[in-house]
Write a protein of this length. Structure first.
Length: 237
């Protein structure tokens, strides 16, 4: 028997002895990562997506959120949670991409993704699936920046521009749209003036807070809105 095949067989047998998995499973299961080796029908369902191929490999930058390399994260999928996954969030196509060893890189079935989390530079990012209802203000994957009595949501996007650099190189342009939930209503945010208007019942207190804290609100950086919402929710209690 060739050495590579022998080593693979020994690895499978060792896994079987350690975890008590039947020999029938060894014959039927492909040599995927531990996630797949658990032989759960739920996990097999997780992998039932389209094979992903990078259409933009020649662009100067990339189409992904936070990083162009796979990030550790978790996915709530059809009511089940899967931890310690390797994920990429494509914000050009609004798709979540999963990498599993010895298996094609796939695009997760969006209709079954409830939410997911990504960890980047020791920070956790939470993204929910707002669905495809045309009457809804929020659609697709939405980043939750703040979730209290009020909430702040952001839709991050990247737009592809062919030959944008010197007429030779493709480029992605980044943009975002912020939304405020106050009570049951969700409305788009276009800047500081609109935010203060929506929080008008505490406008005086918020203006004082802005002056004393030195906080600068920036539409291009919706995270600067979070301290205002936390403060608003606190003084509303």
């Amino acid at each position: 028997m060739p050495k590579p095949a022998l080593y693979k067989l020994i690895s499978v047998l060792s896994f079987t002895l350690y975890f008590g998995i039947s020999s029938d499973f060894i014959r039927s299961a492909p040599l995927y990562s531990v996630v797949i080796q658990q032989n759960s029908s739920d996990k097999q369902m997780l992998l039932n997506g389209r094979i992903w191929r990078n259409q933009f490999s020649k662009a100067i930058n990339d189409q992904f959120f936070l990083s162009g390399t796979f990030l550790k994260g978790s996915v709530a999928f059809n009511g089940r949670r899967f931890e310690n996954l390797d994920l990429l969030y494509d914000i050009n196509n609004d798709e979540l991409i999963l990498k599993v060893d010895s298996y094609p890189v796939i695009i997760l079935n969006k209709e079954m993704v409830d939410s997911f989390n990504l960890v980047f530079e020791n920070r956790n990012y939470r993204v929910i699936n707002a669905g495809t209802d045309s009457s809804s203000v929020l659609k697709g994957y939405i980043n939750v920046l703040y979730d209290g009595p009020s909430a702040l949501y952001v839709k991050y996007t990247k737009t592809f521009q062919p030959l944008a650099v010197d007429g030779r190189y493709d480029l992605f342009f980044t943009d975002n749209s912020a939304y405020l939930r106050k009570g049951e209503e969700i409305v788009p945010l276009t800047g500081k003036k609109e935010l203060l208007g929506l929080l008008g019942d505490k406008k005086k207190e918020i203006r004082h807070y802005l002056r004393s804290s030195g906080l600068k609100l920036k539409q291009k950086d919706p995270e600067t809105f979070v301290p205002i919402l936390r403060y608003y929710d606190r003084i509303k209690e």
